[in-house]
Ligand binder design. Structure first.
Ligand SMILES: *[C@@H]1O[C@H](CO)[C@@H](O)[C@H](O)[C@H]1NC(C)=O
Ligand SMILES: *[C@@H]1O[C@H](CO)[C@@H](O)[C@H](O)[C@H]1NC(C)=O
Ligand SMILES: *[C@@H]1O[C@H](CO)[C@@H](O)[C@H](O)[C@H]1NC(C)=O
Ligand SMILES: *[C@@H]1O[C@H](CO)[C@@H](O)[C@H](O)[C@H]1NC(C)=O
Ligand SMILES: *[C@@H]1O[C@H](CO)[C@@H](O)[C@H](O)[C@H]1NC(C)=O
Ligand SMILES: *[C@@H]1O[C@H](CO)[C@@H](O)[C@H](O)[C@H]1NC(C)=O
Length: 753
């Protein structure tokens, strides 16, 4: 319980919130059940599904009619369930049950539906099948699907499910591969429906039940049914065996017999021959997606009650004229998706009740002289029909709906006649002309469709002079030539689009020629010719034009404004960025200047350093320095440079080095010190000597030097504007630097050092 609370705390909270709508606040803690689960207002339905429960929470009892504890973690059938003694439906699917105690349903006398699917049952014995259902005297439906029983038998009667009330037993997906023993159904004296779908079953023998009405063995592995296998199911009416890929009703099972069977589904199997003779009471047979190649004489002679026969998606290539003899009640026959090339003329006469015949997608090349007094709907679409005889419909005396779409017809003979035909579908053929006489003999024609044909000349109203019931014309997707000047066109347009006898939507009528109106509707193309008084654009279209122009204009303005605004924003951003950079540069300059000044203060000459520098001659005799003092400066970071500078003031060795460097290399500092008029070189080192080493060090670290360094940094970055700014900034403290950065050459010269 603690684990339950910890793990499912949030769930509990959720269910608390969820059930808040369904419950009064006061009731909430009186019953844990409705606190954890969702109860209906009158508490007859309690939904505890998917809450991670291992047991049923406390609370409630007799009032509950429907209890859903599916998809929890229950591994032991909860004994506390017997307090719900008025329970009707118990859904405990998706738990972890492996067994049912013999007294599991002890108090559940009113239980009708028990769903135990998706549990972990493996053996029938663990169900206590002999006793457990005994108390549940009203149990009608038991669902044990998705368990792993593997077999079904009645091992010395111990595995026998015993329930006198059970009617529906569902054992789908139970891995059952055999049914054995003396009928495992013998304990279920009222069983009506047994479902064994999706089991690896190969045979269904040993099923004995006087009451079984429906047997579902779809998606099994049945391969053969023996003659007797259905004889012990005398009440069997529905048999579904689809998707048994090896199953056939071969001649060895010729006499498979069931007097009671009315509905047989054996689609998606391996049937080579229908062999339905053994089912004299069959009403509906579904045999599509099989391997039937031909239908012989009297194939269905004994199926006098058959009303519905689906043989589509087979390989039927030939039929006999007496194939369908005896099918006196057949109403629906589907032979589509076969390989029928010829339909024997009289074959349909054997079926006096046939009203609906589907022959779509066969290899018929012409509409023969089919004869049937009863057929009303005939589908011969998607065949290869290229010709239709003038009198080919005369034998079909009740035909109402004829589908000839998707064939190769290029011509409809004049005066094709039928007194009953109302709907004629000629879509997607190759017909290019019709005339006064084409539909002349179809007095009841109500709907005609010729979508996707090759008509160019616009039809005439006179074509339908005799078709007074015409309501619907589908003329789309043709290549109409729009001769607007021809009165006939306007007349016909009027005829088909004028309310209240409108027959076609005007947007389906598209011109394909002449070139200037391609793609326009008939009305668009011919508007001003048909309405000469409205030569000039009328006031309506003028207003429309103005409105459209205004909208377009304002849209343009809006667009331009947005673009301008965004560009401004971008410009402003760039500006701000630049200003920020300049400000930064200025800040850094200022800081550097301040620091340098401070350092300069700190580096006041130390008396000890005031040793007389070497004389000019001595200096000349000293070894030459290879690198310039600038490059020395630049190799170190700011910190080390500063340190070194400070150290220089203290050590005489350094001093020597420094003076020598200054003596031999004409540094920028020297240039700075030089007068514009040009002072000779030899005086300068002397002057340095006079100032002493600390002066020199100071020059390196002086604000001017730092500034120049920074300038060179920026120049390298090629930020001209900043350089200009910096120049301006530098003008103030020192005029000497101005000269130094006046040209790029000078700068590069400096930084190259
Ligand atoms: C709700 O529970 C509290 C204690 O948790 C108890 O004192 C109170 O009486 C309960 N309310 C009802 C209506 O039972
Ligand atoms: C029980 O709950 C599950 C999961 O919420 C649901 O799929 C199922 O239909 C419910 N059962 C019934 C009998 O309502
Ligand atoms: C069993 O059902 C009876 C009523 O049929 C009831 O009085 C009894 O309390 C139930 N037993 C349990 C354990 O709830
Ligand atoms: C029992 O539960 C399964 C899901 O596991 C469901 O498909 C089936 O319809 C349920 N049976 C009944 C009788 O409600
Ligand atoms: C035809 O049906 C009758 C019962 O109506 C039956 O006696 C007879 O055997 C069946 N014929 C065949 C060939 O199965
Ligand atoms: C078609 O019939 C109309 C009148 O119904 C007639 O004027 C026209 O000439 C006929 N056209 C042909 C080709 O017979």
């Amino acid at each position: 319980m603690i684990r339950l609370l910890v793990v499912f705390g949030p769930l509990v909270l959720w269910s608390f919130l969820a059930s808040g709508e369904m419950l009064d606040f006061d009731d909430r803690n009186t019953s844990d059940l409705c606190y954890l689960c969702a109860c209906s207002l009158d508490k007859t339905y309690v939904d505890c599904s998917r809450r991670g429960l291992t047991d049923i929470p406390e609370g409630l009892g007799s009032e509950v009619k429907k209890l859903n504890i599916s998809y929890n973690e229950i591994s032991i059938f909860p004994p506390s369930i017997n307090r719900f003694y008025n329970l009707n439906a118990l859904d405990i699917r998706g738990n972890r049950l492996t067994e049912l105690p013999a007294n599991a349903l002890q108090n559940l006398t009113t239980l009708e539906v028990l769903n135990l699917s998706k549990n972990y049952f493996e053996t029938w014995l663990n169900l206590n099948p002999n006793e457990v259902f005994e108390p549940a005297t009203h149990l009608k439906t038991l669902d044990l699907s998705h368990n792993k029983f593997k077999t079904m038998g009645n091992l010395a009667n111990q595995e026998l499910l015993i329930s006198s009330s059970l009617e529906i037993l569902i054992l789908d997906h139970c891995q059952i591969d055999s049914i054995h023993g003396r009928s495992p159904l013998s304990g279920l004296i009222n069983i009506r429906i047994l479902s064994l779908n999706h089991n690896p079953l190969q045979r269904i023998h040993s099923l004995i039940s006087p009451t079984l009405n429906s047997l579902f063995v779809n998606n099994c592995e049945l391969s053969n049914i023996n003659r007797n296998e259905l004889t012990y199911l005398p009440s069997l009416v529905y048999l579904q065996m689809s998707h048994n890929y090896r199953l056939e009703l071969s001649s060895s099972t010729y006499n498979l017999y069931s007097e009671s069977l009315k509905f047989l589904d054996i689609s998606y199997c391996n049937v080579l021959q229908p062999n339905l003779q053994g089912f004299p009471n069959l009403r509906k047979a579904v045999l599509n997606h099989n391997m039937v190649r031909f239908l012989g004489s009297n194939e269905f002679a004994n199926n006098t009650k058959l009303e519905y026969l689906d043989l589509s998606y087979n390989n039927i290539g030939s039929l006999r004229s007496d194939t369908f003899r005896g099918l006196s009640k057949l109403k629906y026959l589907d032979l589509s998706w076969n390989e029928i090339a010829v339909m024997p003329e009289d074959s349909l006469l054997q079926m006096p009740s046939l009203t609906n015949l589907k022959l779509a997608r066969n290899y018929l090349t012409r509409v023969g002289h089919l004869k049937s007094m009863s057929i009303t709907v005939l589908d011969i679409s998607s065949c290869e029909i290229s010709a239709i005889g003038k009198d080919s419909l005369e034998g079909l005396q009740s035909l109402v709906d004829l589908d000839l779409s998707r064939n190769l017809l290029s011509y409809i003979p004049e005066s094709i006649s039928s007194n009953t035909l109302r709907y004629l579908n000629l879509n997607y053929n190759r017909i290019s002309t019709v005339n006064n006489f084409t539909f002349f003999m179809l007095p009841r024609l109500t709907g005609l469709a010729v979508i996707g044909n090759r008509f160019t000349t616009i039809w005439k109203r006179s074509f339908f002079d005799s078709n007074v019931y015409l309501e619907r014309l589908d003329l789309g997707d043709n290549m109409w030539r729009c001769d607007c000047a021809d009165d006939g066109m306007f007349d016909f347009y009027d005829f088909i689009t004028l309310e209240p006898n409108k027959k076609e939507e005007s947007y389906n009528l598209i011109c394909n020629s002449p070139a200037n109106v391609i793609g326009q509707t008939w009305l668009e193309a011919c508007y001003f010719i048909w309405n000469p008084s409205e030569k000039n654009p009328n006031i309506d279209s003028l207003i429309w034009f103005i409105i459209v122009m205004i909208i377009t204009l304002s849209l343009c303005i809006l667009l331009v404004n947005t673009i301008r605004r965004s560009m401004k924003r971008r410009l402003r951003n760039i500006q701000a960025e630049r200003e920020r950079q300049v400000e930064e540069a200025r800040d850094r300059l200022r800081q550097l200047r301040i620091r340098a000044e401070q350092e300069a203060l700190c580096n006041t000459p130390d008396p000890r350093d005031l040793i007389a520098p070497p004389s000019y001659d001595e200096a000349l005799s000293m070894p030459k320095l290879n690198t310039s003092c600038h490059s020395l400066n630049e190799t170190g970071t700011g910190k080390t440079r500063r340190k070194r500078g400070r150290r220089k003031t203290k050590s005489s060795g350094d001093l020597l080095e420094e003076t020598e460097r200054n003596g031999n290399v004409r540094t920028y500092d020297d240039m700075e010190l030089a007068e514009p008029s040009g002072v000779d070189r030899q005086r300068r080192p002397r002057r340095n000597r006079r100032y002493g080493s600390h002066e020199i060090a100071e020059l390196d670290t002086s604000p001017g030097a730092r500034r120049r360094q920074i300038i060179s940094e920026y120049v390298d970055d090629n930020v001209d504007s900043i350089v200009v700014e910096v120049e301006a900034e530098l003008e103030r403290p020192s005029r000497r630097t101005e000269r130094s950065i006046s040209t790029d050459d000078n700068l590069r010269h400096e930084s190259d050092f």
